[in-house]
Design a binder for this molecule. Structure first.
Ligand code: UDX
Length: 436
């Protein structure tokens, strides 16, 4: 099928390349000429496992191309909208400028019968409004939210847990759902559930899923706070409650909390939208979820301060991790960098290392010192703070090796990802999050 993807950021670039990899003829469109130039050469503009391969294969096969001109979307049967919906600068609500501009720009190039498929995460009610904008062209709007995780984006796009399509009522909706089924035929053949529903439900599935995940993380981090004043161990607690299949162990990783381009801004936008709808109290708990999450960043910093005897001023702190999670170079709302910036603010001599995100981190926080090599960051450190659970720190770094490089013996495990016993046995003063 011929497809267009409007917006070639994280979501759009992966979607375009993944759709070409399953046999579609795809054009990706973005206003950023530099991004389009890089994508056209088959070069991934960000770090995402597997993207580089499907991108260059797609370009080589001739099934994938990129353009800055919206006119190139003409002729595609389905037009995916994959632009960002960031948090507004002066509030919690989502900024819909890019979604609105994408749809407006697409209008002159639509033909009757085309499908416009929104993938961006939007406040509930957006699809119904956009459907009216699209209607005069004879095209049909569907809402097809994206659930991809960074680091697994290609896999999540090609073989998602579920597909959701919010469609209008009646024959038009049925036709649209059938077209989307054809787009995703490979996943559906592998028994991926395909859920057809209305616009509002489709929009809410996405925000509800992210709100649930954020709540699960903040729940365990709240338990970590209680563990800290009672001497309990939150990791054992999580293992034990996680055995209950109704609860499940995943997303019960206590630590410095969630960050990234989705969970934090999505729960805030959801709260803002619920308030607009007069139902703020229904999701008032999300404010608490956000507050618990932010408190854990401060807690990690506090553990470093305590470990260094009450002050970090003039002390060298090696911060292991800058990305908001491993297998990503994304530093958006990264708890790792937040902790590093706070320590720097307290007068510490902070050295940040990360296998993938140093370049991005340096651009946003030029005041911090960076070392690409882990050993160089550890050299002479009075304290070590682990904030992104890369395998390089979790599995490969031994406490003996770290001890040979560092000056001090204080380690704070902001992700509860180190073997506490092994670090203690090697002479380190180990502190985890919510662990005795
Ligand atoms: C998330 C959703 O998982 C995805 O479905 C949605 O489409 C976009 O938002 P992503 O932001 O890529 O994806 O990352 P995710 O793996 O969900 O992690 C989010 C944050 O939570 C990270 O900072 C991670 O470190 C943190 N986290 C995750 C925890 O602190 N504890 C956990 O147990 C799990």
């Amino acid at each position: 099928m011929k497809l267009s993807v409007i917006g070639c950021g994280y979501l759009g670039a992966v979607h375009a390349a993944a759709m070409a990899s399953i046999g579609h003829d795809v054009v990706g469109i973005d206003v950023d000429a530099r991004k389009i130039e890089s994508l056209s050469k088959g070069e991934a503009p960000f770090f995402e496992p597997g993207l580089q391969e499907i991108l260059s294969d797609g370009i080589a096969s001739g099934r994938l191309r990129f353009s800055t001109s919206m006119a190139d979307a003409a002729g595609a049967q389905v037009h995916f909208i994959g632009v960002g919906t960031p948090q507004q600068k002066d509030g919690y609500a989502a900024d819909l400028t890019y979604v609105n501009a994408a749809v407006d720009g697409l209008l002159p190039h639509l033909s009757p019968g085309d499908i416009v498929a929104g993938k961006s995460t939007v406040p509930v009610g957006t699809a119904a409004r956009l459907a009216e904008v699209v209607e005069p062209t004879g095209a049909t709007l569907v809402w097809n939210p994206e659930f991809l995780r960074e680091g697994f984006a290609v896999q999540d796009t090609v073989a998602p847990d579920r597909l959701v399509a919010g469609v209008p009522d009646g024959a038009e909706g049925e036709r649209a759902a059938a077209i989307l089924r054809a787009v995703y035929h490979t996943a559906i053949a592998n028994e991926t559930p395909f859920i057809v529903t209305d616009y509002a439900t489709a929009e809410l599935v996405k925000v509800a899923a992210n709100a649930f995940l954020a709540t699960k993380i903040s729940f365990i981090n709240a338990m970590a706070e209680i563990a800290e004043v009672t001497g309990a161990d939150v990791t054992q607690l999580a293992d034990a409650i996680g055995h209950d299949a109704r609860i499940g162990r995943r997303f019960l990783g206590a630590g410095i909390g969630f960050g990234g381009g989705c969970l934090p801004k999505d729960i805030r936008a959801f709260s803002a939208r619920a308030e607009e709808l007069g139902r703020g109290e229904s999701v008032a708990f999300l404010r608490e979820v956000d507050a618990i999450n932010l408190r854990r960043r401060e807690r990690a910093v506090q553990l470093v301060v305590e470990g260094l005897g009450g002050s970090v001023y003039g002390k060298r702190v090696a911060v292991l991790g800058a990305a908001f999670k491993p297998h990503s170079d994304d530093i958006r709302d990264s708890p790792a960098l937040d902790a590093a910036v706070r320590l720097h603010g307290l007068g510490a001599d902070v050295v940040v290392t990360d296998p993938a995100a140093i370049e991005n981190a340096r651009r946003v926080h030029p005041q911090l010192r960076y070392e690409q090599e882990l050993d160089a960051a550890l050299q002479g450190a009075d304290a070590v703070l682990v904030v992104t659970e890369w395998d390089e720190y979790r599995r490969e770094l031994t406490p003996e090796h770290a001890a040979a490089l560092a000056g001090g013996r204080v380690v704070v495990d902001g992700r509860n990802c180190l073997d506490a016993g092994a670090w203690r046995a090697a002479g380190w003063e180990y502190s985890g999050m919510g662990r005795p």
